[in-house]
Write a protein that binds this ligand. Structure first.
Ligand SMILES: Cc1ncc(COP(=O)(O)O)c(C=O)c1O
Length: 405
């Protein structure tokens, strides 16, 4: 049995591309959780970030009706996506005071696909993209599948997160093609500030690099800050790709509908649009029923976002009420997004904390190293979690830590 497994992995080695030679065995925490589930042990999942599983009330009939547009019976392909859909996306930005031309918008089937289009446009195999650290773990995979590398640049924490601008310079290498920002970042919840953006734009412009801005969580702000960038979709100083979509804006990840808005100086912008059009035309990936449904699906944000905001705020408020100054657990500053970062005593690694909490207390939380936190003892929890589960799970985390210190 063992032998035949070795044999098959040797065959696989020669058969498949090196970009797919991932370590596919589950990590220690996943194995632990699988074991607990096999035993039927009830778990308090503080990592729940699927909005369709969090008890929110969706306009079910409206959503289903939106998908039944008779115009979808006719095929009229457009590489950018059907115009009324792009006009609706332009209308969404207009509410933020930004007026992209629908011709600058490309619809895609996910932000992941939008990333792939942009990476294919900007980078040759072996080129690099500068990405924030800590951040969204999927960047490694998206880059690898497009034969490029991620080069992390640190976000530093000092009563709030900020881009470590000198490090951006230090991490720069000849083959870097773009700087990526996540606004607000997952999981730190930090927005890009105007001063930071000005420096990043100078950095990009001087080196003919592009800026890629992921704004999927931009509507979920938990604090007010006039220094915050409104949206990167208004930038004209450097070639900029702003990504967003329905998975967070309307809490509809199952619809697989996202977009990229392209901005920048005249000739660069025209060239980027023409090339991106060829990429999009090669796939024509968005289906007509979805494109036609987009205006209505985007509208559903008006009823779903207030529910989510309420959940995020009430969980955060509850969290703070449980963390007086003398607690060994604290939380890092959060400005927006769907997550909170807890700092536990670094008497053990964050993975050890997560495994112990799962095994002893039936509580699931993400260890910080999933997101490449540079220090130990960080756990990431989802503020989207149902209130009762959140309160119970948090209580168990605090009791476990109190027991261990
Ligand atoms: C920063 C960030 N970008 C993009 C996505 C996913 O977007 P989509 O579902 O459109 O691929 C996520 C999902 O959690 C995310 O955290």
């Amino acid at each position: 049995m063992h032998r035949s497994r070795e044999f098959s992995s040797l065959v696989s080695f020669y058969m498949f591309s090196s970009r797919t030679s991932w370590l596919l065995s589950p990590n220690r925490l996943t194995r632990e959780i699988e074991e607990l589930r096999r035993k039927g042990i009830p778990l308090l999942d503080l990592t729940e970030s699927n909005p369709t599983h969090c008890g929110f009330v969706f306009d079910q009939q409206g959503i289903l009706d939106a998908l039944a547009n008779p115009q979808a019976l006719s095929y009229t392909p457009d590489p950018r996506g059907l115009l009324p859909a792009r006009q609706a996306v332009a209308g969404y930005y207009a509410e933020h005071g930004i007026r992209p031309d629908p011709g600058q918008i490309f619809l895609t089937t996910s932000t992941s696909e939008a990333y792939s289009y942009v990476f294919r446009l900007l980078a040759d195999p072996g080129d690099a993209i500068l990405v924030p650290q800590p951040s969204y773990p999927l960047f490694d995979f998206l880059a690898g599948l497009n034969d490029i590398r991620v080069v992390p640049y640190p976000l530093i924490y000092d009563h709030g997160w900020q881009i470590d601008l000198p490090s951006l310079e230090k991490r720069l290498e000849d083959r870097a093609r773009a700087v990526l920002v996540v606004h607000p970042n997952n999981p730190t919840g930090s927005f890009v500030r105007r001063g930071e953006l000005a420096e990043v734009l100078t950095f990009c412009r001087q080196r003919d690099m592009a800026l890629v801005a992921d704004e999927v969580f931009a509507d979920y702000s938990l604090t007010a800050d006039p220094q915050r960038v409104v949206s990167h979709a208004a930038i004209t100083e450097a070639l900029t790709f702003t990504l967003s979509g329905l998975s967070k804006i309307s809490a509809l990840p199952q619809m697989k509908l996202a977009w990229v808005v392209v901005n920048g100086p005249g000739q660069q912008l025209r060239d980027a649009l023409a090339r991106l059009e060829m990429i999009a035309d090669t796939y024509l990936s968005l289906s007509a029923p979805l494109a036609l449904a987009l205006p209505k699906l985007l509208e559903t944000r008006r009823t779903i976002q207030p529910q989510i905001q309420e959940r995020l705020r009430s969980n955060l408020q509850f969290l703070d009420s449980q963390l007086p100054i003398d607690q060994p657990v604290s939380r890092l500053e959060v400005e927006g997004g769907w997550y909170a970062v807890l700092r536990l005593p670094s008497i053990r690694t964050d993975e050890d904390w997560a495994v112990e909490l799962a095994r002893q207390d039936g509580v699931l939380a993400h260890p910080g190293h999933f997101f490449d936190f540079s220090s130990e003892g960080c756990l990431v929890i989802s503020l989207l979690t149902g209130r009762e589960v959140f309160a119970k799970g948090l209580g168990r985390i605090l009791a476990r830590v109190a027991h261990c210190v």
